[in-house]
Design a protein around this ligand. Structure first.
Ligand code: KIV
Length: 275
């Protein structure tokens, strides 16, 4: 079922205004063909730095570079006409200063054609988000479980466990809303924390492992397709195990080549007739 009633490009303002409906549909993509296939069904595509783990085999997102994100972002933009495209800022490209963050985020927007950037952070990033937004860079801050902070957080652990942690998330959400963020990505938090954050602000929250309390949901595409088996988070719903299907195709092809069943006559140009 297509979610869109028109062919219009979905803007960051539209995502912001989809607050309160629980209906924002988002997925990750890193390549043109995947983006092409999902464009008509989703409102937002995140070119996530999860590509480092999913497509490059790194064991964290930290080694992902700005050039990698720009190449993937541009590929996704080329494959889409409708969805709002957001590109992740990789580790160490935005934390050092707001000026460096602006320079790198501007490169992302200019060189990919995406509409916004996402960056992980808490209170310490509010000033940077305000600096970027006021200079024309739409930003989606990422709060809760922040994979780039896994070393500092002691691993990939759910956040917002107690009253104090909930209060901190709400403070961050208020700060980012005031700074001009159009939406918040909320990852890996307990349901009451997600509900309180979503109620506290007028911009949309998009959750991953953050319960139905958010204004929308995002998942990593390779998780829902069964294409990434290194690690399946509790919150990912696997709709199909495509890796088994793909492996059986590889096996069939190998057998065809080895037995001579491929290439058959219809796959060949035939013998060129000499004059
Ligand atoms: O990089 C990514 O794909 C993300 C998801 C966890 C939403 O940030």
């Amino acid at each position: 079922m297509s979610a869109h009633t028109s062919n219009e490009k979905i803007t960051t303002t539209k995502i912001q205004n989809m607050k309160g409906k629980g209906s924002i549909v988002a997925l990750t993509a890193y390549t043109t063909p995947m983006a092409q296939m999902m464009d008509e069904f989703v409102d937002l595509i995140l070119v996530g730095d999860s590509t480092g783990m999913v497509a490059y085999g790194f064991d964290s997102t930290l080694p992902v570079t700005l050039d990698m994100m720009i190449a993937h972002g541009a590929a996704v933009v080329r494959g889409t006409t409708k969805a709002c495209i957001v590109v992740d800022m990789p580790f160490a490209t935005y934390q050092e200063s707001k000026e460096i963050a602006y320079r790198n985020a501007a490169r992302v927007l200019i060189e990919t054609g995406a509409q916004a950037v996402k960056m992980e952070g808490g209170i310490e990033m509010i000033e940077t988000v305000e600096f970027l937004v006021s200079r024309g860079v739409p930003v989606m801050p990422h709060i809760g479980l922040k994979p780039q902070h896994a070393n500092a957080l002691g691993g990939f652990k759910a956040q917002g466990r107690d009253e104090e942690a909930e209060e901190l998330l709400i403070q961050e959400a208020h700060g980012f809303e005031k700074a001009g963020a159009f939406s918040l990505l909320v990852e890996g938090v307990y349901e009451n924390a997600a509900a309180r954050v979503t109620e506290a602000i007028n911009i949309s929250t998009i959750g991953i492992g953050a319960s139905p309390a958010c204004d929308g949901q995002i998942l990593v595409t390779e998780d829902i397709l069964g294409l990434f088996s290194d690690f399946t988070p509790k919150f990912a719903k696997k709709y199909i195990d495509l890796s088994e299907t793909i492996k059986s195709v590889f096996s069939e092809y190998a057998q065809d080549v080895r037995t001579g069943a491929f290439p058959a006559e219809e796959h060949c140009f035939g013998v060129k007739k000499s004059k």
